[in-house]
Design a protein around this ligand. Structure first.
Ligand code: SF4
Ligand code: SF4
Ligand code: FES
Length: 404
């Protein structure tokens, strides 16, 4: 057993007062969870301390909260590890997680005295209204957005008499998004949502991919157009990785958003940032030269190939003109040479190095697999990779021959 100080950001709406910090001393084994610490404080010190929980085993998704500033599940975070993290943060910055949080009610959230251990800081999830203490309103920010993406299958035609039969392999791609337990930790940590509360957000977009990638769904194109046309949709994500760090189930919501973007590009959806074309252009330029010819990258992103140059689109012309000042500025300041500013003149790698580049491309083409929870590893591992089997089992009916 060990003693810990947990410092909880509390809010009791019935008091009419704003939020405040309160410390509790708890005594428990380091392998027990932060949630166990909170429940002990509630039992022994203040029954009004509000925290939502159910399974206590990282399954139900009820106990989302911030521990030392990081969105996570209270029941999945060992209190011993949380203490180490709090001490490490104080050691590295001289600041506790509480001091790093915005001050509340004008108080100095304080921290440990010199030499003492830092308190473990526990706060409600971010990007959601707080109902009471650590309980947030998931309906207004999380569930509403989940419903926004039509989170159910939309198959066409008459339903089969018994069940839809699909190849187990065709479900592997969506197993990662299926692992979501709707805890909201990713929503809590999303930086784009902080700037734009209307952003559909990581959890709902990961859920959207679960259906876009499902071979039984017949409205993939409509879903993709809908999510791409929405100004708060798939292009609102800033690729910050925060949701990937926060997710306790390895769903990596940002990866699902990138998959949605890629599928949207394949579907012919016009990306306002030209992300898909940019990606293709990037791959082509490196394949050709081994080095990044930025002027060529811009040209290929907006006017790809011979056709794009002979018959440039209106958008291609506008975007190329818009990019001119970006090229001219470093040119005038002599930060780049003229040949670097003219598409195609930038030098490439020597011939022998290009052989290596070519072999990397060949390898990538031969192993054209998406990485997710159930698809991992390097060359030669896939055949004997047990996780593949696991992924297939999870997505199939009990006899492992059909999925429904
Ligand atoms: S990667 Fe995108 S969705 Fe994920 S937290 Fe960052 S902005 Fe939000
Ligand atoms: S994607 Fe991960 S963090 Fe987000 S709600 Fe699902 S399980 Fe929680
Ligand atoms: S209590 Fe169920 S996930 Fe934490």
């Amino acid at each position: 057993m060990a003693e810990y100080t947990i410092k909880v950001r509390r809010f009791q709406p019935e008091s009419g007062e704003g939020p405040y910090w309160e410390e509790f001393n708890v005594d428990l084994d380091p392998s027990l969870s932060v949630l166990d610490g909170l429940l002990q404080a509630k039992d022994n010190e203040d029954g009004s301390l509000a925290v939502r929980c159910s399974c206590r085993a990282a399954i139900c998704g009820s106990c989302g909260m911030k521990v030392n500033g990081q969105s996570t599940l209270g029941c999945k975070t060992q209190i011993g590890e949380a203490q180490e993290q709090a001490d490490k943060m104080k050691g590295a910055t001289g600041t506790t997680a509480a001091q790093a949080s915005s001050p509340i009610r004008g108080e100095d959230p304080g921290g440990a005295a010199e030499g003492a251990t830092a308190p473990i800081i526990i706060e409600p999830m971010g990007n959601m209204p707080v109902i009471k203490d650590l309980i947030t309103d998931m309906e207004s920010t999380h569930w509403t957005k989940i419903r926004r993406v039509t989170p159910w299958l939309l198959p066409h035609g008459e339903p089969p008499e018994r069940e839809y039969i699909v190849e187990p392999e065709s479900m592997i791609d969506i197993t990662q998004s299926m692992a979501c337990i709707q805890c909201g930790a990713c929503v809590s940590s999303c930086l784009s949502m902080e700037a734009d509360p209307d952003f559909i957000g990581p959890a709902a977009l990961a859920k959207a991919y679960r259906f876009v990638g499902d071979p039984r769904d017949a409205e993939t194109a409509e879903r993709l157009h809908d999510l791409a046309d929405d100004p708060h949709g798939i292009y609102d994500c800033t690729h910050c990785f925060s949701c990937v760090d926060a997710c306790p189930k390895g769903v990596a919501p940002m990866d699902q958003i990138m998959r949605l973007r890629r599928k949207a590009g394949e579907e012919g959806v016009e990306d306002p940032n030209a992300g898909h074309d940019h990606e293709i252009a990037f791959v082509k330029v490196i394949q050709k030269k081994g080095l990044l010819d930025e002027a060529l990258l811009v040209q290929e992103s907006y006017a790809p190939g011979v056709k794009g140059k002979l018959k440039p689109s209106k958008r291609g012309i506008t975007e190329t003109i818009k990019s001119l000042p970006t090229i001219m500025r470093p040119l005038l300041k002599r930060k780049v040479k003229l040949r670097q500013a003219i598409p195609g003149l930038h030098h490439g790698l020597p011939k022998d190095a290009m052989t290596d580049v070519k072999s990397i491309y060949e390898h990538a083409e031969e192993h054209n697999e998406e990485f997710n929870l159930y698809i991992k590893g390097e060359e030669g591992e896939l055949a004997e990779e047990p996780d593949i089997e696991k992924g297939a089992e999870r997505s199939t009916s009990p006899d492992n021959a059909e999925a429904k």
